[in-house]
Structure formats: C-alpha cells, structure tokens
Design a protein around this ligand. Structure first.
Ligand code: ADP
Ligand code: MG
Length: 212
C-alpha cells in the first residue's frame, strides 16, 4: 500500500469506495499532509496553491466529524466568492454521498434572503458561504453557530484581499471557543499569520511548495 493511499486513513469502507468512484486514488500532498490532523480534530494551518485538492483535505474530515442525528449546524466553510462557495458545496455533496441525510446549505450574498431564511428553518449540518451574508444571518438569528464544531476559512488570503477581515472576526464571535479551526490559503502573508494566532490553537502547519 502506498503511504499516500486514502485507505491508510481511519475512514469507513463506504467512504473509501466513494473516493474511488470519484477518481480519488491517492492523496494529493496537501491532503496527505493535513487530512490526518483534520481527522484527529486538530487545528490546521495549510498552504498550497490552487488546484492542489484543498477542498477534500478539509471536506473529508469535516464530514467524518458530523453527527447527522443532530439537526444543528456543526461545520461552517467560509469562502471569498459565491463561485468558490458553490464549488465547495458541490464537492462536499459528492464527498457526502456515503452519509445518509447530510444537509449542506450554501448562503451567499447577491441572492434573495427569503429562500435562505426558509432553508434555515431546519438547520443544515454544514453551511458554506461568503462572509457578509453569513454574518447577516448570524445577526438576524437565522443561522445559529453555537453548536459549531469545525470552522474552515478557505482561501483565507483572498478573503483578506477582499476586505473581509472585520466580517470574519464578527462571524467567529458567534462560534464556540471550543472548536476546530482549519485555515487553508494559497499564500501566507503576515495578516494571515496574525489571524491564525488569533483564532487557532496550536495549529498543525503544512506547507506544500509549488513546483514552479
Ligand atoms: P484547491 O482548493 O486546492 O484549489 P480543489 O479542492 O478545488 O483544489 O481540487 C482541484 C481538483 O482536484 C478538483 O477537480 C478535485 O476533484 C480534484 N482532486 C482533489 N483531490 C484529488 C485526489 N486525491 N485525486 C484526484 N483528484 C483530486
Ligand atoms: Mg479551494
């Protein structure tokens, strides 16, 4: 067995079979470097370029940690743009196939509030969205994050570039202190290190160097 095979991870057979059906045979370097720590519930600070497989690196882990019998939002993935949030939701839905009844909801700005509010009547297990709209739902009380277990800041560098720092900090204030925080970014400027220090606890650090 190759040490980068998914089968070396503590994952149920049906999850491994689903990964195979998606064409995921071996872990990408960022997955091999971060997924074991994610599955152990640790905070992770990971840097790898676009296209390196970061979604599954956090997605497989956060799905594994869900208790789908509880109708509470247990995982939140914050993304810089609607397009990226849609991509992450789509990937999570594929990865969630072996799990019965996982509800994944996308909440992005630029969309009408009405349908989002209706969807939140029954809390989703996983929410994916953009900072401003997620914060708005928290402030209205339509999105409850008090039972959150895992927070993912995806493409953190882009979120900072887009001026979302205040929204992200305000959003984090709605989450429990006892949570797993995963930070994935293509680059690690000083501002990201500062956020990591603020919101993460003893994060495992993984950097996958670009080949170029
Ligand atoms: P990133 O977030 O790092 O930009 P993505 O998570 O969007 O990258 O993944 C890029 C592409 O690689 C996607 O099409 C995804 O389905 C594919 N992919 C991810 N992990 C694997 C894997 N282990 N084996 C094969 N393909 C993978
Ligand atoms: Mg990504």
């Amino acid at each position: 067995m190759n040490s980068n095979d998914f089968s070396g991870l503590p994952l149920p057979p049906e999850v491994l079979a689903n990964l195979k059906s998606l064409g995921y045979e071996t872990m990408t370097p960022i997955q091999a470097g971060s997924l074991p720590a994610v599955l152990e519930g640790k905070d992770v600070k990971a840097q790898a370029k676009t296209g390196s497989g970061k979604t599954a690196a956090f997605g497989i882990g956060l799905l594994q940690g869900l208790d789908t019998r509880l109708y509470q939002t247990q995982s939140l993935v914050v993304c810089p743009t609607r397009e990226l949030a849609d991509q992450v939701s789509k990937a999570l839905r594929q990865l969630a196939r072996p799990f019965a009844n996982v509800k994944i909801l996308t909440l992005c700005g630029g969309k009408p509030m009405g349908p989002q509010l209706a969807s939140l009547d029954h809390p989703p297990h996983v929410v994916v969205g953009t900072p401003g709209r997620l914060l708005k739902h928290c402030q209205k009380g339509s999105l409850k994050l008090d039972q959150l277990r895992t927070l993912v800041l995806d493409e953190a560098d882009r979120m900072l570039d887009m001026g979302f720092l205040d929204d992200i900090n305000a959003l984090i204030a709605f989450t429990p202190d006892q949570r797993q925080t995963l930070l994935y970014s293509a680059t690690y400027p000083q501002e990201i290190l500062a956020i990591s220090n603020q919101v993460q606890k003893n994060p495992v650090e993984i950097t996958v160097e670009s080949l170029h």
